[in-house]
Design a protein around this ligand. Structure first.
Ligand SMILES: Cc1cc2nc3c(=O)[nH]c(=O)nc-3n(C[C@H](O)[C@H](O)[C@H](O)COP(=O)(O)OP(=O)(O)OC[C@H]3O[C@@H](n4cnc5c(N)ncnc54)[C@H](O)[C@@H]3O)c2cc1C
Length: 458
């Protein structure tokens, strides 16, 4: 006989989004929640991440609302003075702790590991084959709408001939013999991590060929810190740059002058703006790699040669091609978070998926009317192009004004470290912060109006 699920909610996906939503929901409502994941544990893509990955942002901005993942300032190393960033082991251990000691311990959360949720409203064990019916009254939460593709589980987006050596980035740490050349394929955070890891292991910059299909803008990590004076200063500078910009290119150049945006090669104008954060020391290292191929996306890799959209390039016959080209940040169409059938988790404030999912959990717990929930929490897409970044910033600011106008949500959001732009109640307000807040207040209307125009111009 098929078992029936006894729960008010079924959260599909136990990654950062599903965990943040569940945590905030059970903290603010007396409900039973089932969480299902086809992976063997909680933590989502981090369970298959490359071993040398760290969060690109401060740990304080990541995880669930009830329990900080970290909050210390680094005392040593190249990022001394900046907030700590958890590595993959710390992230997986954190989520296991949240599941065991908090969610399961509450008696109100059940976790179904190694199980698939299918379109027939059933949970199916990938191990035993057991099927569990999900009753019509159980609300489905889609916590995988923006789940990233990662190289470990996504084949390279190009043809590979039998005689070529192509590995996912994870396998770099398992090499037994050094090749004559490393060919890094990708323009995002994973590719930058791979380059920096190789350089840190003594690989000569001249032995690295970096295929960058698009040139990326990145955010300066120093201005995305869990400190209101820093992060609100960045927001005020962004609005001033936007208000004065006559084009998207000028906007990004102004942001670069303001120390907010970084680009690896100052002679090339980037077209990609997914904007992971990068530190100054990483930028310096990346600039030592001079063999950069900018001929578009890779089409085919064979021994001794890479064929791209706009040409081909010779590589050594023993070259090792490193696949860092999975689509980390997804940009499917925005959909309302609350629909009659499903709650579809998406960022609300620009970026910061954990804060968005936690906020959706809080709003779900404290409000009944779906139209009102959607009005308060419109979703914000991730940026990809320069226009997409302007649109993300605009929609994120509008969403923040919308949920921030509700006193209880504002009070909740100010108490949650995941919220990058909060001013915590206990924070001592300096004259500098007051000045920053007033600059932001003055700059917002014209900055947003200009962002609205620029986001249509790309
Ligand atoms: C390398 C890397 C570094 C990053 N660093 C940061 C950072 O520093 N800060 C930040 O804010 N963001 C960062 N991000 C982005 C952020 O981690 C992700 O956007 C976020 O963690 C994604 O979480 P998720 O829950 O949406 O997806 P996932 O972690 O992919 O979780 C979705 C889960 O759903 C499960 N699933 C899917 N379909 C089904 C189904 N039918 N049945 C059962 N289970 C299913 C999958 O198995 C998966 O475990 C990073 C991303 C990457 C790739």
């Amino acid at each position: 006989m098929t078992r029936s699920l006894q729960a008010d909610y079924l959260v599909v996906g136990a990654g950062a989004s599903g965990m943040a939503f569940t945590d905030a929901l059970i903290d603010n409502a007396d409900v039973r929640v089932a969480v299902v994941d086809r992976r063997h544990s909680v933590g989502g893509h981090w369970l298959d991440a490359y071993p040398f990955v760290r969060l690109h942002q401060a740990s304080a901005f990541y995880g669930v609302a009830s329990t900080p993942l970290g909050g210390k300032v680094q005392a040593h190393g190249p990022e001394a003075g900046l907030h700590e960033r958890a590595n993959v082991s710390e992230i997986c251990a954190y989520y296991a702790h949240i599941l065991g000691d908090r969610m399961l311990e509450s008696g109100r959360v059940e976790f179904f590991a190694n199980c698939e949720y299918d379109s027939a409203r059933q949970i199916v064990s990938r191990i035993s084959g057991e099927r569990i019916d999900v009753s019509p009254g159980c609300r489905i939460v889609d916590a995988r709408y923006l789940a990233p593709d990662i190289p470990a589980t996504t084949p390279p987006p190009f043809d590979v001939t039998d005689d070529a050596r192509v590995i996912p980035v994870n396998d770099l740490a398992r090499l037994s013999e050094a090749p004559g050349q490393y060919v890094i394929v990708g323009s995002g955070k994973t590719a930058t991590d791979a380059c920096i890891w190789l350089l840190a292991h003594g690989v000569d910059a001249a032995a690295i060929c970096w295929v960058r299909p698009r040139e990326p803008w990145m955010l300066n990590r120093a201005v995305v810190q869990p400190d209101p004076a820093v992060v609100l200063g960045m927001a005020a500078d962004t609005m001033e740059a936007a208000a004065a910009a006559t084009s998207l290119a000028e906007l990004f150049l102004r942001l670069e002058d303001a120390g907010i945006m970084l680009r690896i090669d100052r002679t090339v104008m980037p077209t990609m703006a997914r904007t992971p954060t990068l530190a100054g020391w990483e930028l310096e290292q990346l600039r030592t790699i001079e063999h950069v191929v900018r001929l578009g996306h890779v089409r085919r890799v064979e021994r001794g040669r890479v064929t791209l959209e706009h040409g081909e390039v010779a590589i050594t016959r023993d070259a090792l091609v490193v696949h860092c080209a999975a689509s980390g940040l997804k940009t499917p169409p925005r959909v309302p978070i609350w629909s009659p059938s499903t709650i579809t988790l998406q960022p609300i404030r620009a970026g910061f998926p954990c804060f968005g999912a936690a906020l959706a959990g809080y709003v779900e717990a404290t409000r009944r009317d779906e139209e009102e929930k959607n009005r308060l929490c419109p979703p914000t897409p991730y940026g990809n192009s320069l226009a997409g970044w302007a649109n993300m910033t605009l929609l994120g600011a509008r969403a923040t004004a919308s949920f921030g106008a509700e006193p209880d949500i504002k009070a909740w959001a100010d108490g949650v470290a995941l919220n990058p732009a909060r001013v915590p109640p206990e924070y001592v307000r300096s004259a500098e912060l007051e000045n920053t807040l007033s600059r932001l207040q003055t700059g917002l209307p014209t900055g947003l109006a200009r962002l609205a125009e620029l986001s249509q111009s790309g």
